[in-house]
Design a protein around this ligand. Structure first.
Ligand code: PLP
Length: 367
């Protein structure tokens, strides 16, 4: 039987919740959406959560809320899912890429300060693969230069920095519920914030610009349709209630990989101190001498599903041709992009399956 890279955690009870919505006839942005917003606010430890259509929409609205536009710069890591940079382009601003830390795959906090200019409108640290970015330093820079932080926590619901949940540090926190994340609504996202004005902006902008502070339908902005459906919210609800169990199971697998993989021909992820990752992915980086295609097809032949991690964004066609980046400009990101592999990790993976993956990887060099 094939071991998948990932599989959503969907129980019978989750399916029943969805069926209940279908029977009710109330399909978009109703009580289930309100309920998941409340659950996420309580869990992350923020005043407001606003559910939207996907993670990319959360980043897009956050940049718009800060008034980001042409002439502005937004600092982003060079290695992330490409959406982190695309949203900057989509509001007409310029992404300023920073290389990543070799061990955590997160934005290198020591390289941010020299890229802050008068035009820096925001910094978007990504908690890549569910590992918190170095928030103490990043928040200090935010204060020193009065530049707001939008946390791209797409992969990181439940992750903690010094005992505090990510998504509660910046002016806005962005979460995704795409099936590749630990909990999923099919497509979906939530923006967390402690800022009442921002929360209001998000609510208006997700719903065609309708301001519900008025008694009648009043269109106060040119908004989007970025609404989440009740079907999606109902699917997510049960997973949110058991998120600690889901994340614990993922952590157990990561701990086993950390301990039992021999790491003879690759680098394992290393965490900053005082972090609790949510382990969206377990990402390793192969040594230069190892052919990634060979490693991946070896694992595929063993019936083990693996994939690549994230992109070195400045090396992607659009960015490279627009800004003329040199492939070697972000060497750590380039290395992670060309040599990174993510291993199976999800709550339904059995102990035996994990043992099998470990055994096969450890014997790769002998093949
Ligand atoms: C998944 C992801 C996104 C985009 O989320 P979608 O829900 O797919 O739009 C953005 N940033 C990062 C880091 C992600 O992993």
């Amino acid at each position: 039987m094939k071991i998948k890279l990932t599989k959503p955690s969907i129980l019978e009870s989750d399916i029943e919740n969805v069926v209940d919505v279908l029977k009710s006839g109330m399909l978009v942005q109703g009580d289930n959406v309100k309920f998941i917003e409340k659950v996420i606010s309580d869990y992350v430890g923020v005043k407001y959560s606003v559910a939207v259509a996907n993670g990319t929409a959360t980043l897009h609205l956050s940049l718009l809320a800060l008034g980001t536009g042409p002439g502005d710069e937004v600092i982003v890591p060079a290695f992330s899912y490409i959406a982190t940079a695309n949203v900057v382009e989509l509001v007409g601003a310029t992404p300023v890429f920073i290389d990543i830390n070799k061990n955590t795959f997160n934005i290198n906090q020591e390289e941010i300060e020299s890229s802050i200019t008068e035009r820096t409108r925001a910094i978007i640290p990504v908690h890549e693969f569910g590992h918190p970015a170095y928030l103490s330093k990043i928040m200090k820079l935010s204060e020193k230069y009065d530049v707001p932080i939008i946390e791209d926590a797409a992969c990181a619901l439940g992750a903690e920095w010094h005992g505090k949940k990510v998504g509660s540090f910046g002016i806005a926190g962005s979460f995704s519920f795409h099936p590749r994340k630990s909990v999923t609504s099919g497509e979906g996202g939530v923006i967390t914030t402690n800022n009442r004005k921002l929360a209001h902006f998000f609510r208006v902008m997700r719903n065609h610009g309708i301001d519900d502070a008025y008694k009648k339908v009043e269109f106060t902005r040119a908004g989007f349709n970025y609404r989440l459906t009740e079907i999606q919210a109902a699917l997510l609800l049960g997973q949110l209630k058991r998120i600690e169990t889901i994340n614990d199971k993922r952590e157990k697998i990561a701990i086993r990989y950390n301990k039992e993989l021999n790491g003879c021909f690759f680098r394992k992820p290393q965490m900053s101190k005082h972090t609790k990752p949510s382990w969206q992915s377990y990402h390793i980086v192969l040594d230069d001498s190892v052919d990634r295609n060979r490693f991946v097809s070896y694992l595929n032949n063993c019936n083990i599903g693996v994939s690549y991690g994230a992109q070195n964004i400045p090396m992607q066609n659009y960015y490279k041709s627009k800004y003329n980046y040199d492939d070697d400009q972000f060497p750590v990101a380039k290395n992670a992009y060309l040599k990174g592999v993510v291993l199976p990790i999800y709550d339904g993976l059995s102990e035996q399956q994990v043992s099998f993956v470990i055994k096969k990887i450890n014997s790769f060099t002998e093949v």
